[in-house]
Design a protein around this ligand. Structure first.
Ligand SMILES: [Zn+2]
Ligand SMILES: [Zn+2]
Length: 209
């Protein structure tokens, strides 16, 4: 897949457009805002699906504008679905905004496969940052980790639905067993690899409590 990164919104969220190089079909991940460059790329692509790693405002804040020019379905894990229409739960009220968007077109569950052209992304339920946080895994190649795993850190667990224990369990169960060469595209900041994080990220240490 060809992956384009856009930093959008007030919290510099990474929004990704992942396109199948054979068919031109694409998925959009975490549209936290809309920039001119992102709009152009979406319009020039054959956008099939909008995938959300979780329901926080900074990952869904561009949806209302984007849905004015595309009718791609919006998918989120069932445990975060209510956040789309709840400004307290999606944390926009913390920023003094009451952001609401459409209800999900359908709900994601663990193990589900999202087909995009000749590529497949597998949904992994990785709760902890929120109850319904998910990661999208392209087999043995890369993972969109949302706010679960960052370069040298992990997402915060103190917002509604967050849990430190669940976050550590997700890191252990989902990320630790991945091969070192897997590329990680997080919800904020630079991309990294599983090998680098195993070496330097304290939250990836097997004995962390
Ligand atoms: Zn978040
Ligand atoms: Zn975020």
């Amino acid at each position: 897949m060809k992956i384009e990164r856009f930093e959008v919104g007030p919290l510099m969220t990474n929004c990704f457009l992942a396109e199948c190089e054979y068919t031109g079909e694409s998925v959009l991940i975490d549209p936290g805002g809309l920039s001119d460059r992102l709009k152009k790329s979406i319009i020039n692509s054959d956008l099939k699906t909008i995938l959300l790693t979780h329901g926080h405002f900074d990952h869904i804040g561009g949806l209302n504008d984007i849905l004015k020019f595309t009718s791609a379905p919006v998918l989120i894990h069932e445990l975060d679905a209510h956040m789309l229409t709840d400004p307290f739960q999606n944390a926009s009220s913390l920023m003094g905004i009451q952001y609401r968007t459409i209800e999900a077109s359908s709900l994601l569950s663990d193990g589900q496969e999202i087909v995009c052209g000749k590529s497949t992304l597998t949904v992994k339920h990785t709760p902890g940052h929120t109850k319904g946080s998910v990661s999208f895994v392209s087999d043995k190649e890369f993972v969109f980790a949302g706010d679960t795993l960052f370069k040298l850190s992990v997402g915060r667990w103190d917002l509604p639905g967050g849990s430190y224990a669940a976050l550590l369990e997700s890191i252990r169960k989902t990320f630790l067993p991945m091969p070192d060469y897997m590329k990680v595209y997080p919800g904020h900041g630079d991309s990294t690899t599983i090998g680098y994080e195993k070496k330097y990220n304290q939250f990836m240490a097997a004995d962390i409590v």
